[in-house]
Ligand binder design. Structure first.
Ligand SMILES: NC(=O)c1ccc[n+]([C@@H]2O[C@H](COP(=O)([O-])OP(=O)(O)OC[C@H]3O[C@@H](n4cnc5c(N)ncnc54)[C@H](OP(=O)(O)O)[C@@H]3O)[C@@H](O)[C@H]2O)c1
Length: 303
């Protein structure tokens, strides 16, 4: 990592899960990068650091996601808006004024299946494209993300918006979707789009380097169910593993906010990254578990 002036990449979100994976990739690539020290919403500090470090591109991996989960955002609305709306807009605006390209790690949790055109593809439906207006308003977190996306998309030509969903890493990080669902007492069983980070984070960096802008659904193609993921976990990591399902209605009883379930259309991502290795989600997930097994990753006790 570089500490002196003029870096190629500035990463916002120093302590975050995705930020640290992005930093590790930049390190591997031998790139000049630094972590930002400002808070997203601090305009003067943000301007000062952009002027001091003069990054060619900014990677925003910062945002409020809620701890232990997005239910937190329901009761902390101002804090959520401050980071996810005011903060992200502030960063985009400061970058735009300086002609700096910004990649925003965003979310695809803006949709949920309906009983019409957007029912699951296995039932004859169609995945959601970047042109489809959000239709999931069940959590305050998702609402702030939809609001900021609309503002970024319509006002800032310097911004690349990558819509991740249910990101999965090659380990049992508590942030990884796999780890989360292995720790729940009961899980729903619904097909969803997922982002296999080992495949897609390098693509994000390449898209940033190429200066692409606009909104991209940023997941592997296709959708995979919770049970299919857990069956892979059982096959590769923990043969003793058992799980129980429950319905969406039963799940709603134990959650404060709703959760998005949807499949995203990734035609645009594949069209604009023709050389990238982005596998169909079942294949990509099988590879994740093979890599975990090869690393000797064993089941963890919940912390
Ligand atoms: N993980 C997922 O399941 C998932 C799925 C889809 C999209 N995403 C999006 O991807 C992004 C990164 O996610 P993640 O999983 O890496 O999250 P994370 O581990 O919770 O990290 C978020 C980072 O953002 C920082 N942050 C929050 N508010 C900030 C502010 N106002 N100014 C500066 N830094 C701030 C946090 O720092 P402090 O702790 O110091 O506040 C932390 O370093 C988020 O925007 C998230 O919405 C994540």
């Amino acid at each position: 990592m570089e500490n002196h002036a003029s870096v190629k990449f500035l990463i916002v979100g120093r302590t975050g899960w995705i930020a640290n994976m992005v930093a590790a990739l930049l390190e591997q690539r031998g790139e000049r990068y630094a972590f930002a020290s400002f808070r997203l919403e601090q305009r003067e500090a943000c301007e000062r650091e952009l002027d001091e470090l003069r990054p060619e591109r900014v990677l925003n991996c910062a945002g409020v996601t809620g701890r232990p989960n997005v239910d937190w955002c329901e009761d902390h609305r101002r804090e959520t808006v401050r980071s996810n709306v005011l903060g992200v807009l502030n960063l985009a605006d400061c970058c735009a004024e300086r002609g700096i390209h910004l990649t925003n790690f965003a979310t695809g949790c803006l949709y949920h299946y309906d009983s019409g055109k957007h029912r699951p593809t296995a039932e004859g439906g169609f995945p959601f494209t970047e042109e489809d207006p959000p239709n999931f308003f069940g959590s305050y977190y998702s609402r702030t993300k939809a609001m900021v996306e609309e503002l970024l998309r319509t006002a800032y030509e310097n911004v690349l918006i990558l819509r991740l969903r249910m990101p999965v890493s090659d380990d049992l990080s508590p942030r990884s979707f796999v780890t989360k669902i292995t720790r729940y007492e009961k899980v729903v069983n619904i097909p969803n789009s997922m982002t296999v980070l080992t495949e897609l984070l390098p693509v994000a960096l390449d898209m940033s380097e190429r200066g692409l802008t606009g909104v991209y659904n940023f997941t592997n193609p296709g959708s995979i169910t919770h049970n299919q993921v857990l069956a892979l976990y059982k096959k590769y990591i923990d043969p003793e593993f058992q799980w129980k399902n429950f319905t969406l209605e039963e799940q709603a009883q134990i959650l404060k906010a709703g959760r998005s379930n949807c499949e995203l259309d990734v035609s645009k991502l594949l069209r604009d990254n023709p050389g990238a290795k982005i596998r169909e989600v079942h294949e990509a997930m099988e590879e994740v578990f093979r890599r975990m097994q090869a690393q000797g990753i064993r089941p963890q006790k919940a912390s």
